[in-house]
Design a protein around this ligand. Structure first.
Ligand code: SF4
Ligand code: SF4
Length: 117
């Protein structure tokens, strides 16, 4: 116990002076889900398996959408995606108020190439 007390007295505070100093997260930290929309085949599997219904996939307009306030970072969608176009970033989404909730719904659309004539 003496060793721990001495160590705590001699070391600096455990808290960081955020936002001046930002904590670095471990590579395995579950932060937020990101999509590589160019590789997505819009199968909708991620949306069907998501336990919190945070993901919505619209095949017709090639749209992938996530409500970040619903996501519980379980990583299931990342594991289930057949083409591995989802990834779990180790950075969290910025804090939001309820009024800013709309900003938490992230939408990614695939650019549809105009067919040549
Ligand atoms: S499971 Fe993967 S390929 Fe299928 S819709 Fe979701 S992100 Fe796209
Ligand atoms: S990490 Fe889990 S809760 Fe979040 S979108 Fe993927 S399946 Fe849904």
């Amino acid at each position: 116990m003496t060793k721990t007390v001495t160590k705590n007295l001699l070391s600096g505070p455990a808290t960081l002076m955020y936002p001046k100093k930002k904590r670095t997260f471990a590579a395995i930290t579950r932060g937020r889900v990101e999509v590589d929309i160019d590789r997505c085949i819009f199968c909708g599997l991620c949306g069907r398996r998501c336990p919190t219904y945070a993901i919505k996939v619209t095949k017709d307009c090639k749209e992938w959408q996530i409500d970040r306030l619903k996501c519980c970072s379980c990583n299931l969608c990342v594991e289930i995606c057949p083409v591995k176009c989802l990834s779990m970033e180790n950075q969290y989404s910025p804090a939001l108020t309820l009024a800013e909730k709309a900003a938490a719904i992230y939408t990614s659309r695939k650019k549809v190439e105009a067919s040549g004539t």
